[in-house]
Ligand binder design. Structure first.
Ligand code: BTN
Length: 256
């Protein structure tokens, strides 16, 4: 594997990476940063290591979807973590990731919302996708943020956005990476030390709370009113006066 450590095409000045400098692996092109992080996890690399790539040739999204990230316009990176919490609680990592990105964006004056399980939205459109995958004794948190993307393919225009499309600001990919990395570290600690507080922070940013939604569970469409996230990160929906607890849903959409 060829690591390019000296230069990030997103014009990285490594000295600006601060404490992250020694923990970031930079690749000009790779298949998927999640795959690289998986490989590093199996090789015993330390928790907190990040792989970032300018170009992914097989970027992956949830449910086997393709994730396209425009070189130089989108941030695509993965953090390897070795959670000390019981494996049954690793679902918390999705919340950690979504909240970390949301708080990072808030720190630069955006007003993001979270859509279950962990999409980050701006103005109702997706600005960030997150793919958490578990290895044997580690997990990888893959994050794709549309930062400077000017134009999306026709089929995504209704549902996707970027920071630039939101307000025309040119946010540095490198600075954003560092802020999200710091938030990830902070929120990982919080997930272990004070999970209820983390959950409250997630709930307060829930995009669809109190709104009618349609959701697909194993291909079956259901309808209800979004209540938010449960204690384990599950989706809670009120369905004819009964709270439906959904751990795996294929899709969650607002009712038209
Ligand atoms: C989704 O919304 O479906 C999740 C998208 C996750 C994309 C990121 S980009 C960095 C990392 N590497 C991948 O192959 N996928 C994730």
């Amino acid at each position: 594997m060829r690591w390019i450590l000296s230069k990030l095409p997103m014009a990285v000045d490594r000295s600006l990476l601060g404490v992250w400098e020694k923990r970031i692996v930079i690749r000009e092109e790779t298949a998927s940063t999640n795959d690289d992080a998986m490989m590093l996890g199996r090789a015993g690399v330390a928790s907190g290591t990040i792989v970032v790539a300018e170009r992914q040739t097989s970027g992956r999204g949830r449910r086997g979807r393709v994730w396209m990230s425009a070189p130089g316009e989108a941030l695509a990176f993965t953090m390897l973590v070795r959670p000390t919490m019981p494996r049954g609680e690793w679902s918390r990592l999705s919340l950690v990731a979504g909240l970390s990105v949301a708080e990072a964006l808030e720190s630069i004056d955006y007003m993001p919302k979270l859509k279950w399980p962990n999409d980050v939205l701006l103005g109702g459109k997706k600005v960030c996708g997150i793919l958490v995958e578990a290895g044997e004794d580690f997990a990888v948190i893959g994050i794709g943020i549309n930062v400077l993307v000017r134009e999306f393919p026709e089929e995504l225009r209704e549902s996707a956005t970027s920071l630039w499309l939101t307000d025309g600001r040119v946010v540095s990919l490198q600075s954003l990476l560092v802020v999200v990395a710091q938030k990830l570290e902070e929120k990982l600690a919080q997930a272990m030390e004070d999970f209820p507080a983390l959950l409250d922070a997630v709930r307060s940013r829930c995009a669809f709370t109190g709104r009618g939604i349609r959701y697909l569970v194993h291909g079956e469409e259901r309808e209800g009113v979004m209540q938010g996230w449960g204690r384990g990160g599950e989706l809670l929906v009120e369905n004819n006066g009964v709270i439906d607890t959904v751990i795996q849903a294929d899709e969650v959409r607002l009712k038209e």
